[in-house]
Design a protein around this ligand. Structure first.
Ligand code: KG4
Ligand code: ZN
Length: 384
């Protein structure tokens, strides 16, 4: 079946065409029109500006997705749209477009929870599937049918940080979540404190790498010259909030405040690239330490057969790598899957992927046909 996915919950206008056959999900097109530059000057997403841009972009983006897939509207079997959570003016553009097309094309419609979409990005065929099971030698060959339940998902996005247990498709138990800021939100806020641009995640990741490079250069200089130059000029140490708590909840707001106090005490150093890079490296490592440690503890308690990484922060290469290393070390029989980074960030292919399973497992498919008038948009939609 061919699914048209739409996503407008935040600052990306996205449309995609996905072909789903016997649980094999292939992306035929995935178009994302990002508003990042527009919102960067405000330091975050402005809801009404986002809605205005979505309105401008939604039709061209849908047309481009159909064109790139080489199909017409008549070929679409199902429309899938994010109907929450997110910014309501932004969401409404996507859901209104989807309802209109569903009515005009007489095509069934399904509403998808944004986080469900992030989780199902892991079921897209061209994802990177890294296996820690030695018997699977070519990770790309893993079929969706061999992804076994229970699945433990670490969801890390700009609005959510959750550990979600899935005993079967589309059934979610949230076993832990952030008590305050989400991980992505913490990246964005810390970037702002450090005068770095929005979105903060990629900026911090880039500076953190520079810090590691400085360290390597200094170490080399020490070896070459025998000088007594210190390896690092700034030995910064930040807290790892809740790392030893007995539950699977998270808290990132204290970590952000620790960076704020550090910067307030050392305001002049904000002009020193090495200082900023070192703060970025230590902050990123603190976030990774907490996320990895909690995921591994949860896995030890719930014994999942598969661990998935989902959400915008799953594009972070240190998190991808460090979680993989710990799984390899302590959970040898657990499959570890993460989406290709192009499907980590907001996109519509992931929404279509979730809709494939929602449609396949729907007890009454007639409901999808009537959804053009029934589908509701909910800024606080819950994952259930
Ligand atoms: O999932 P997403 O695209 O949107 C939401 O659903 O919120 O996630 C966006 C978040 C932003 O906070 C952004 O800073 C963060 O993901 N992010 C990253 C990286 N790329 C994006 N965080 C850390 N490292 C990255 N490479
Ligand atoms: Zn998202």
């Amino acid at each position: 079946m061919l699914i048209l996915g739409l996503e407008t919950s935040c600052d990306e206008t996205a449309a995609a065409v996905l072909a789903g056959e016997k649980d094999n999900l292939t992306v035929l097109s995935s178009i994302v029109s990002s508003q990042v530059k527009l919102h960067a000057k405000w330091g975050g997403v402005v809801p009404n500006l986002a809605a205005r841009e979505h309105l401008k972009n939604i039709t061209p983006v849908i047309e481009a997705a159909l064109k790139e897939a080489g199909i017409t509207s008549r070929d679409i079997d199902l429309i899938a749209v994010t109907n929450g959570p997110g910014l309501i003016p932004a969401l409404l553009v996507g859901t209104t477009a989807a309802k209109t097309l569903s009515y005009l094309w007489r095509t069934p419609l399904i509403g998808i929870h944004h986080i469900e979409g992030h989780i199902y990005a892991n079921f897209i065929e061209d994802k990177i599937r890294v296996s820690t099971k030695s018997k699977i030698s070519n990770p790309k060959q893993i079929q969706n049918s061999s992804i076994q339940f229970p699945i433990l998902c670490l969801v890390v996005s700009g609005g959510h940080t959750q550990l979600v247990l899935m005993k079967k498709h589309l059934v979610y138990e949230i076993i832990g979540q952030t008590l305050d800021d989400a991980a992505g939100e913490a990246f964005d806020k810390v970037a702002r404190i450090l005068n770095l641009s929005y979105p903060g995640g990629p900026e911090i990741a880039k500076r953190a790498t520079q810090s590691v490079e400085h360290e390597a250069q200094n170490a080399e200089r020490k070896i070459n010259t025998g000088s007594t130059l210190r390896d690092m000029r700034y030995a910064i140490s930040l807290p790892r909030p809740m790392i030893n708590s007995k539950n699977f909840n998270f808290s990132f707001s204290g970590l952000k405040t620790a960076v704020l106090y550090l910067v307030k005490k050392n305001e002049k150093l904000l002009g020193d690239k090495k200082f900023v890079a070192e703060v970025c490296r230590e902050f990123q490592q603190a976030v990774c330490d907490v996320l990895v440690s909690k995921t591994i503890s949860a896995a030890k308690k719930y014994n999942p057969k598969t661990i998935l990484l989902a959400g915008g922060v799953s594009a972070n290469s240190e998190l991808r790598h460090q979680l993989g290393e710990k799984i390899k070390e302590g959970l040898k029989n657990t499959l570890y899957i993460m989406p290709d980074t192009c499907y980590s960030l907001d996109n519509a292919a992931m929404i279509a992927a979730a809709a494939y399973y929602r449609h396949k497992l729907a007890p009454d498919k007639k409901i999808c046909k009537a959804n053009w008038k029934k589908l509701e948009t909910d800024a606080n939609l819950e994952l259930k």
